[in-house]
Design a protein around this ligand. Sequence first.
Ligand code: NAD
Length: 285
Amino acid sequence: MNEQSRENGREPVVPEHVLTDILSGQTALVTGANSGIGKGVALALGAAGANVVVNYVTDPDSAQELAEKISENGVRAMALKADVSREDEVGQMFSRIRKEFGTLHILVNNAGIQDDAPFADMSIEQWNKVIGVNLTGQFLCSRAAVREFRRRGAEPEVSSATGKIICMSSVHQEIPWAGHVNYTASKGGILMMMKTIAQEVAADRIRVNAIAPGAIRTPINRQAWESEDAYERLMTKIPYDRIGETRDVGRMAVWLASDLSDYVTGATMYVDGGMMLYPGFTTGG
Ligand code: NAD
């Protein structure tokens, strides 16, 4: 039961992660892993047996602390600093991963930011910054990952896929969101980038998919769940009647990274408690 729900008299059940060892022998990189969804995903991948590279750009202490926590599962975990929007830093991060772990099997493009403004007031700096991290960052990391997967080649004893890429998108790859045009454009861009890469690398047995979360309890959207009023308003958009937790996304990432999802590529998995179901039509239309 989560804190907010307890206050609201609800008792939702949020399952814990259960698929231990399913990713044994594989190494995963999670970008922006020292906070929110990235942290939930990194913990879930580690619990499923993967070695985890915890990428971060600020707050090295929290990244180190997370790496230590993940390694309690008996896997290797390492904090690595890199700004995903910078080609040189992404290149250095992948060289280091190759040196330390030999190769990479799973990339989770999670790092993302918001810098909101009404459309007519949005500066070019705000536009470029969000596109730079959210879209260009995913392009740079995906390109480096595909190059590494191809260099290593297939390892059928490790996984039926040569490599797996998971792009963190959002329900806002589809739902317009006034005041956030840089963010929605970046997420819409991720949708077509993800599908096009998936089409291009499928013959190499590289699978590329996206997770589109709805409202997940993280610092980025604190204003949507911190007060009871805001939480009640949020629930009018979520048929499943609870906010998402980072481990809800973590379980999906484990499934997409594992051979359980072999034959799934170019797909978007909505982890949104039904936000995409047009809840405004629940009682007629
Ligand atoms: P968060 O702010 O808690 O985490 C974002 C992480 O990205 C942080 O660790 C941050 O330091 C890192 N980061 C920012 N710029 C970076 C850069 N240039 N290089 C490397 N790392 C960088 O936010 P979150 O809510 O956990 O969001 C994670 C992802 O999930 C984002 O892509 C976001 O768009 C997406 N998402 C979140 C929600 C939600 O409800 N929280 C919903 C839909 C999609």
